[in-house]
Write a protein that binds this ligand. Sequence first.
Ligand SMILES: Cc1cc2nc3c(=O)[nH]c(=O)nc-3n(C[C@H](O)[C@H](O)[C@H](O)COP(=O)(O)OP(=O)(O)OC[C@H]3O[C@@H](n4cnc5c(N)ncnc54)[C@H](O)[C@@H]3O)c2cc1C
Length: 219
Amino acid sequence: MKTHVSTYAAVLLKRQWLSNKSFGIIISTPSGFEFEPGQRIRLSCGGHERDYSIVSAPKESDLNLCIRNVTGGKVSGFLSTAEIGTSLSIHGPHGYFTYKPSPRPAVFVATGTGIAPFCSMARSGLTDFTLLHGVRLPEDLYYATQFQQSARTYVPCLTESNKLPANAFRGKVTEYLEKHLPPAVYDFYLSGRREMIRDVTLLIDESFSDSLVYTEMFY
Ligand SMILES: Cc1cc2nc3c(=O)[nH]c(=O)nc-3n(C[C@H](O)[C@H](O)[C@H](O)COP(=O)(O)OP(=O)(O)OC[C@H]3O[C@@H](n4cnc5c(N)ncnc54)[C@H](O)[C@@H]3O)c2cc1C
């Protein structure tokens, strides 16, 4: 990876709510800032530092992030109401959660805003992957249109919805993997909640042994 890790000044350019609990923000790409799809930035505000995966592709002119508005959250709460034009300090890029080409099929598994790094990979032209996105409700399926067009297979996994979108699965990502992923050796990329990463890793050990597992744990 040839990217240069440093601290940069950026500006909040736009905020758009994606559902009633998550929003996307667009911030200016600082001069000289480069990253690989799947990497993240560390954002500082009010003496707090938090990591956010980059949604946009390196070729895009601005940086997009997808942020869950955590109840009582210091940084997500600040970003949910900060005025457009607010100055931000970012450090990065960080992380090694990048796509590694391999002869094995790639299976991406995300929960909630854990979808962000896969979005950057897809926007960068990656298409040869299966993606499971675990959420509670259809409104939480951020970037669905993008993945319907780019993924080889895109399976929304909904845990709390009676109405299922096309090709969606009712249940957790672990249940889908157990019931529907054909036995084989894969490269798994897991991004999101700690519990999902723990449960899927255990399942991979039992049912898809010899597969590789890359993880990006959000919380
Ligand atoms: C590698 C990495 C990548 C990440 N990428 C993203 C990303 O792309 N998008 C994104 O939204 N977040 C991402 N996160 C999480 C993010 O860094 C913050 O932890 C999150 O925004 C909460 O920070 P806060 O200051 O708002 O809340 P805090 O003030 O830190 O926490 C407030 C309260 O909420 C609880 N809490 C903290 N986080 C969560 C959560 N996610 N869900 C439920 N409760 C929580 C805390 O335990 C605490 O009680 C990433 C984290 C890591 C480590």
